[in-house]
Design a protein around this ligand. Structure first.
Ligand SMILES: Cc1cc2nc3c(=O)[nH]c(=O)nc-3n(C[C@H](O)[C@H](O)[C@H](O)COP(=O)(O)OP(=O)(O)OC[C@H]3O[C@@H](n4cnc5c(N)ncnc54)[C@H](O)[C@@H]3O)c2cc1C
Length: 306
């Protein structure tokens, strides 16, 4: 089922059809703040008032013309201005293919550099999301090049990829700001663990490495992106056993998923960041959320039939 949903995620015409159904649009709103930046800013403000930090993503990927990459860049610049004005504790989290990576690395780097410079002026980070395995190497290479001059730039690694332990060592040597997630794309077994138990075990091992005193001494700042309570407990236990201060790492979650955990984590003194997506181009993101939990699909189908 997961593979089928991820395969359908590459069919944007299906998204256009789903968009015509009011019930789907309502269901999408569980995971997506809305269509406009103003919708996201309202959610970010509410999270801030609740004592939570956040990240914001303008949905979109694999743009085909420079004008779309420019539009995405302008959206992030506008968001950063609003973040600065409203003094929100929010960082943009963006995809390089949204800024034009498929159209040429130079274009993408130019766009990213503008966003990174504005983020520095506002006093916040920029987190570069990780996309499918086709982009792992170019994304990490680009990150390694830009990071020395931009310590407020973060990147992401995916525990399901067999190559990730080596990537994590490279990032530790850089003293990187790094989000660890399980991974959300359809990948061949040669590159990614097909079995969820292996992915979870890999995540636990990589978390241990990122919280290693040697990694932290090099300046590594890890963000543990997961809704998996067992792994969240594992991270917190490691931090407690190793005497790691609460401001040396964070747990990250997606808007609309397990919001019941937010207050619990915050009240336990954990730095929690909630990533809030918004925008018209919700289809790929939404299908990846369905693929993570088939119960979401059953819920949607049951309501459609009714
Ligand atoms: C802040 C953040 C940033 C991310 N960035 C990236 C990225 O850059 N690249 C990338 O490939 N992936 C990214 N992901 C997605 C990630 O790779 C996983 O696909 C996703 O987090 C599901 O895995 P999990 O760790 O929550 O564990 P799972 O084992 O999948 O889920 C654990 C529990 O969380 C709940 N849950 C999880 N997903 C859902 C859902 N969709 N709907 C309802 N409940 C759910 C369920 O209760 C489930 O039992 C990100 C995730 C987060 C939280």
């Amino acid at each position: 089922m997961r593979r089928l949903l991820l395969r359908l995620a590459d069919r944007p015409r299906l998204g256009a059809a789903m968009d015509r159904v009011a019930l789907t649009r309502r269901f999408v709103r569980r995971f997506v703040a809305g269509r406009q930046a103003s919708d996201a800013l309202a959610v970010l403000g509410a999270l801030d008032a609740d004592g939570l930090t956040s990240a914001v993503t303008c949905l979109g990927e694999n743009v085909r013309v420079p004008a779309d990459a420019e539009r995405a860049t302008e959206t992030y610049l506008g968001l950063l201005d609003a973040i600065g004005r409203r003094k929100l504790r929010t960082t943009p989290s963006l995809k390089l293919t949204h800024l034009g990576l498929d159209l040429g690395e130079g274009l993408c780097v130019d766009n990213l550099t503008r966003v990174v410079a504005r983020a520095r002026a506002v006093g916040t980070r920029v987190w570069i999301d990780m996309e499918s395995s086709r982009y792992t190497e170019p994304t990490l290479d680009l990150y390694a090049r830009l990071r020395p001059a931009n310590p407020h730039l973060g990147c992401v690694v995916q525990a399901y990829l067999r190559r990730t332990p080596a990537d994590v060592e490279r990032l530790i040597a850089l003293g990187a700001t790094v989000r660890l997630c399980k991974g959300a794309y359809r990948e061949p077994a040669a590159l990614a663990y097909p079995d969820k138990r292996d992915v979870d075990a890999s995540y636990a091992r990589l978390a241990e490495r990122l919280l290693d005193p040697d990694a932290l001494a090099r300046g590594v700042y890890p963000g543990f992106a997961t809704h998996d309570e067992r792994l969240q407990r594992h991270v917190r236990r490691l931090a407690a056993e190793r005497g790691i201060a609460a401001d040396r790492f964070e747990i990250q979650m997606l808007y609309g998923i397990r919001p019941d955990l937010h207050a619990r984590l915050r009240d336990a003194g954990v730095a929690l960041r909630v990533l809030v997506p918004f925008g018209e181009d919700w289809y790929g993101y939404f299908m990846r959320r369905l693929a993570e939990r088939p119960a979401n699909l059953l819920f949607l189908l049951r309501n459609l039939l009714r």
